[in-house]
Design a protein around this ligand. Structure first.
Ligand SMILES: NC(=O)c1ccc[n+]([C@@H]2O[C@H](COP(=O)([O-])OP(=O)(O)OC[C@H]3O[C@@H](n4cnc5c(N)ncnc54)[C@H](OP(=O)(O)O)[C@@H]3O)[C@@H](O)[C@H]2O)c1
Length: 247
């Protein structure tokens, strides 16, 4: 009988993060959720005995405090996102996802866990896979994204977080293994059929769609299904609804 897994979740009060939280608990996984406002969690989930809620500002936690929350976790899931609106997009912390990713991964490394911890981060199809491997992205779209990253802090932030995992953590880290999940345009719909791809499926100018419930399902599969993890660790899978037309 496998032991019950524990996941540290950040961004659990968000649209996708809330769905991840519910699906993890439905799978019998213990969840530690670091949230700014516990009252934002749905009451039926908040009362679940498998859930531990830590009410704190993630980026303000001391290293020792963060390590205490990370200790004993099998996986970390980040569904953090810049809150929509002028303050969320242009105000501090402009590097929310990068700083959270760096702190969480460095925290895991400091603990030197006996087995590598999975780090799963919600990202976006605006993020490039290195080495020109996203072949569907033409030079005009790459130039457009370059400008976008200069103008919109969240676009730059998501790319920098992925670059940190690719370049600083790398593929052979003894303590952290990672996957950068890239959904297309997010939709609130129910869980449905979806597909995963190593590279981009759609252009930014003719986007596809991804239900948040499908992102959550894939993230949970990465935690619980060893084959799914073996297939996608160290990669930047693109997740799209099966019904989403490719361009
Ligand atoms: N919108 C799209 O179509 C789309 C497509 C692909 C990818 N994405 C990416 O998906 C990610 C998540 O999207 P979403 O719509 O599910 O997110 P969301 O509903 O906006 O939730 C964002 C989460 O981040 C938390 N958060 C924001 N600022 C924080 C801070 N300074 N400190 C700690 N926590 C903070 C929020 O906490 P509070 O509840 O306390 O505010 C919330 O839990 C984003 O990174 C976005 O780039 C979006």
């Amino acid at each position: 009988m496998p032991t019950q897994q524990t996941v540290l979740l950040v961004g659990g009060t968000g649209r996708t993060g809330g769905r991840v939280l519910r699906q993890l608990l439905d799978r019998g996984i213990r969840v530690r959720a670091i949230v700014r406002t516990g009252g934002k969690l749905p009451p039926d989930v908040a009362d679940n005995p498998a859930l531990t809620v830590v009410e704190a500002s993630l980026l303000s936690l001391l290293d020792e405090e963060l390590q205490q929350h990370l200790r004993g976790c099998d996986a970390v899931i980040s569904c953090l996102g810049h809150v929509l609106g002028l303050k969320g997009i242009f105000g501090p912390p402009r590097d929310l996802v990068t700083r959270a990713t760096t702190r969480l991964c460095r925290g895991v490394e400091a603990l030197k866990p006996p087995a590598p911890v999975k780090f799963i981060v919600m990202s976006s199809v605006s993020v490039n896979r290195p080495g020109g491997l996203d072949t569907r992205r033409g030079s005009f779209e790459r130039a457009f994204l370059w400008v976008l990253r200069g103008l919109l802090p969240p676009a730059k932030d998501n790319q920098r977080a992925a670059d940190f995992l690719l370049e600083k953590i790398g593929p052979n880290n003894a303590h952290v293994q990672w996957a950068v999940v890239r959904p297309d345009s997010l939709l609130p719909g129910d869980l449905s059929e979806y597909t995963m791809h190593e590279g981009l499926v759609n252009s930014l100018f003719a986007p596809g769609s991804t239900n948040m419930a499908n992102v959550a399902h894939f993230m949970c599969e990465l935690v619980t299904n060893p084959k799914t993890w073996a297939d996608w660790k160290g990669k930047l899978p693109v997740v799209v609804n099966a019904s989403s037309k490719s361009t």
